[in-house]
Design a protein around this ligand. Sequence first.
Ligand SMILES: Cc1cc2nc3c(=O)[nH]c(=O)nc-3n(C[C@H](O)[C@H](O)[C@H](O)COP(=O)(O)OP(=O)(O)OC[C@H]3O[C@@H](n4cnc5c(N)ncnc54)[C@H](O)[C@@H]3O)c2cc1C
Length: 482
Amino acid sequence: MGILGGGAAGLTIASGAAQLGAKTLLIEKGKELGGDCLHFGCVPSKTLIRTANVYHLIKNAKHFGLPQVDLPPVDFKEVAKRIQSVISIIQKHDSEERFCKLGVRVEFGQATFVDEHNILLNGEKYSSKTWVIATGSSPSVPSIEGLDKTPYITNREIYSLERLPKTMIVLGAGPIAIEMAQAFCRLGTKVSVIQRSDQILTKEDKDMADQVMKVLSDEGVAFYLNTSVINTMEAGSEKEITIKRGEEVINVRGEIILVAMGRDANLNGLGLKDLDLDFDRAGIKVDHRLRTNQKHIFAAGDVTGEYQFTHAAGYEGGVVITNAIFHLPRRVDYTFFPWCTYTDPELASIGMNEKGAKAAGIKYSAWIEEFKDNDRSLAEGEHIGKIKMILDEREKPLGIQILGPHAGDLVSEWVAIMNGKVKLSTLASAVHPYPTLGEINKRVAGTFLSGKIFSERIKKGLKFFFNLKGRACEPLNRVITP
Ligand SMILES: Cc1cc2nc3c(=O)[nH]c(=O)nc-3n(C[C@H](O)[C@H](O)[C@H](O)COP(=O)(O)OP(=O)(O)OC[C@H]3O[C@@H](n4cnc5c(N)ncnc54)[C@H](O)[C@@H]3O)c2cc1C
């Protein structure tokens, strides 16, 4: 098997295929294995977010009954050093040596298909019965007047800045944009976010996304929603972006522009046109078994333009192995696919949200519990957020959204519940340790069920059979006179 791309998808497939006994060639264009997640994505972003959150906590020490601390400004070189040290630890796991030990031959360079079974790499021809394209994605750079002459950065440069920028303009308001906006704001940068639509994190329900935006606004991030970008230019030591909101024209200035406006599939140089493979700018077209229109060529991960997450790439890698190595017809199923945006508080999701249910014309009910009613949240000083459970007409969970502390971890219980088709009554009656954030999962199920258990019908039945006598106390309506 030949695999193009040594990121999350390619590495999963390479290690699985080699360990199952397939002769496996892995080709990576970059200098090292690991892909975007390790070098420019999940790992550096979550490391940076942790650093920013620690700084934010220290700055807000007085909210925890501690003395106020006057902190010196952040030295971003030190932050970048910590990021690189975390990457280098994980890099060992994704090393060429480790993959060679597993039986994978690793080659570095840009591979190009010469026909449907052969590729050219560094002047040599390699042949394989099965190929997998797992070349990932790159930041999409929109065609905005002046942007080609205005210096900007993307997720590839942001983790190795020489110093903390005083000001930053973020173009886009998806997960990458919003995570970075909060992290840099917490480190001390004055951040402005420019977004075309009326909502940040547009895939999420508006009420959840608006709550995230409120947190960031309160911390100092400036949002420009419902805007169109007219042009960008260099303005001395700064950059200037002119935007239009209705009839209003606004100039926003910043030391750095971060472009985070979606992703394009990495297809350049692969020679796909000559191969007659179905693809567009968003990605390579695949069927449910991740086969392209050339059935012996598979595609997995970001390059398909579908669910652009590391855990999606890993999952899809497993599906490719089952189809290509075991020759069993396994299909991808994203019904209960979870994800999380790592703002503070985090916003995690699994299954369908209200937006999705409305778009699909499904009748649903929404059940909400707030973190301000969770004892552990109060103890932690983390009282913002809520869990929203969406049930279908048969009262089965369609989806869950959690905005709150450690939401990404809390949603994992729902991964098991929804995939295992566990009844809500089982969750509600299962003992959870006290006091934990996880009790919110049990509680939302309990709130839904309590409407049924404590109904007038049940009460009447119990009164009839067991002669229950009813209330022992009526609410007092006393007027207190001084
Ligand atoms: C800032 C940021 C934060 C993110 N945070 C998260 C997160 O918290 N959680 C999460 O789940 N996901 C996150 N993601 C998304 C995640 O990084 C991607 O979904 C994941 O890396 C996709 O894996 P992949 O294998 O498809 O692609 P990649 O990991 O990008 O790997 C593709 C590899 O192919 C190589 N390549 C490209 N072209 C060729 C070629 N022609 N020949 C050979 N090799 C080639 C590339 O060099 C690269 O190494 C984040 C992304 C970004 C940008």
